[in-house]
Design a protein around this ligand. Structure first.
Ligand SMILES: Cc1cc2nc3c(=O)[nH]c(=O)nc-3n(C[C@H](O)[C@H](O)[C@H](O)COP(=O)(O)OP(=O)(O)OC[C@H]3O[C@@H](n4cnc5c(N)ncnc54)[C@H](O)[C@@H]3O)c2cc1C
Length: 439
């Protein structure tokens, strides 16, 4: 295949290490490329095969699990972005895989559309969020992959195929959450809804009361997220619903988020003094936010997350078991536990497969105390039936994912589409070997 240098943006071979956004995963790829075209992407596959190298795909690199690391070739779709087409009658949009969630939200808003579930960070790519099993948390919680109606996959053979309920339906069914192990997701078709704003109503309650409110909440009626800063006696509850009411002009302002970051930094630096001045959650607040302002922005402070999906019936016991661990930890001044109900789905590889669950996300500033805390928290959450989040299980052993639905069928599909394991790395190879019972 001819190779045109204009198809590529190339980073030096073995000059740089690549690391994920939080700095927890790093590697020294032979080369990192950012192709501009389908031809450029195909060339990367060809080059990897020719030189007998592996090829991994990174989105924006937010995953804290070892999903993207490789010593072979690494490519991103940061130059392969944008809306391809809009079907206004069916509220569907087709976008390139490297489009960031922030850019996607703005492009949809311009066309009077929005995703039905919004989640994560502005900088995440849509292909990374779908492939890595990211969760949309607003206004209700569910995997972003649920909104995909079709995707295009560039296979190890160099062929690009369309996958939907009617074409290559087996790949569509098994491969929306694909961990970048089946090929390169070049385009996605997403089911959208008419544009909306979000009404967020915040209140604070004692932790036990807040947990009780969560348990009786009907997740189909709207979103409800509990946020408990571990030092605090009370937890914040935020209810989210769609509205057509105009957004408050200052609602998307970043100052409160920046202040919270500053407070957490101070609390981590001066934990002894922090106990008497750390704030409790604000008592009550109502605001209307444009859907485009609901995504998180990159924090100046490296925060690490450890997330798990626990069965509905285990929520109380899991939080009770976590409480003493969290309170005793030296990370207690800056650690925060977020809990949100997630409606069951039937997506293979989804942590919400087959039953309603709660998503538990423990966040803390990066540091030695946080690593110990995460190790204990991981153990506690899995002991209570928790299924780990693909992208937020730092230092996670692939064995933690043994219970994931349809992992064996996914492994068979991977072996069929990519028999030489071009798109695998050590972590994924181990995961899939385990699914076949040979690890
Ligand atoms: C502060 C913070 C908050 C977060 N909050 C949430 C949250 O609320 N809910 C949640 O679920 N997650 C959350 N995450 C995790 C994040 O959503 C996931 O890590 C997500 O996958 C990141 O998207 P990305 O573009 O960075 O993908 P990456 O992390 O770069 O990649 C994720 C996976 O997708 C694959 N991939 C990427 N692009 C392609 C492609 N074109 N084709 C095939 N495979 C591809 C990669 O190989 C990898 O397996 C959060 C992360 C951070 C840092």
């Amino acid at each position: 295949m001819a190779h045109d240098h204009e198809e590529f943006e190339v980073e030096g071979a073995r000059l740089n290490t690549w690391s994920n956004r939080s700095g927890t995963q790093s590697c020294r790829p032979h080369v990192v490329t950012h192709p501009w075209s389908l031809r450029g992407l195909q060339f990367e596959i060809e080059a990897a095969r020719k030189h007998n190298q592996r090829l991994r795909i990174a989105g924006a690199g937010h995953a804290d699990t070892a999903l993207c690391v490789t010593d072979g070739r690494l490519l991103t779709l940061r130059n392969y972005q944008g809306v391809v087409s809009v079907d206004r009658q069916r509220y569907r949009v087709r976008v390139r895989g490297g489009t960031s969630l922030g850019a996607l939200g703005k492009a949809l808003a311009d066309k009077g559309l929005a995703l039905s579930g919004i989640g994560g960070l502005e900088s995440q790519t849509i292909a990374g969020a779908v492939s890595g099993g990211s969760l949309a948390t607003l206004p209700t919680s569910g995997l972003i992959a649920k909104q995909v109606t079709a995707f295009r996959l560039l296979l190890a053979s160099g062929e690009e195929i369309e996958c939907s309920r009617s074409t290559h339906s087996d790949i569509f069914e098994l491969g929306r959450v694909n961990l970048g192990a089946l090929g390169i997701v070049t385009e996605l078709e997403l089911q959208c809804v008419p544009a909306y704003n979000l009404e967020l109503i915040a209140e604070s309650r004692p932790l036990d009361e807040a947990l009780a409110a969560l348990k009786t909440h009907d997740a189909n009626a709207g979103g409800l997220t509990l946020s408990w800063s571990v030092h605090a006696a009370r937890a914040g509850l935020v209810r989210a619903t769609r509205t057509q009411t105009r957004a408050d002009p200052a609602a998307g302002h970043t100052l409160p988020a920046a202040l919270a970051t500053g407070v957490r930094w101070l609390a981590a630096r001066f934990p002894q003094q922090a106990t008497w001045w750390l704030p409790e959650p604000a008592p009550a607040e109502r605001r209307v936010l444009a859907a485009t302002d609901a995504l998180g922005r990159r924090s100046l402070l490296p925060r690490l997350r450890c997330s798990c999906f626990v069965p509905r019936e285990s929520l109380g016991a899991t939080v009770e078991a976590l409480k003493p661990l969290l309170r005793r930890s030296t990370a207690a001044t800056h650690a925060r536990l977020d809990v949100t109900p997630v409606i069951a789905d039937s997506l293979p590889l989804s942590p919400a497969h087959g039953g309603d669950v709660y998503y538990l996300r423990l966040g803390a500033n990066r540091g030695a105390d946080q690593l110990t805390l995460f190790e204990l928290a991981r153990q506690t959450m899995t002991e209570h039936g928790g299924r780990p989040d693909w992208a937020a299980w730092p230092d996670g052993d692939p064995a933690a994912f043994d219970e994931v639905a349809d992992l064996d069928a996914f492994g068979c599909l991977q072996a069929r589409l990519d028999p030489e394991g071009l798109f695998l790395n050590t972590w994924l190879s181990r995961l899939l070997r385990r699914s076949r019972g040979v690890d």
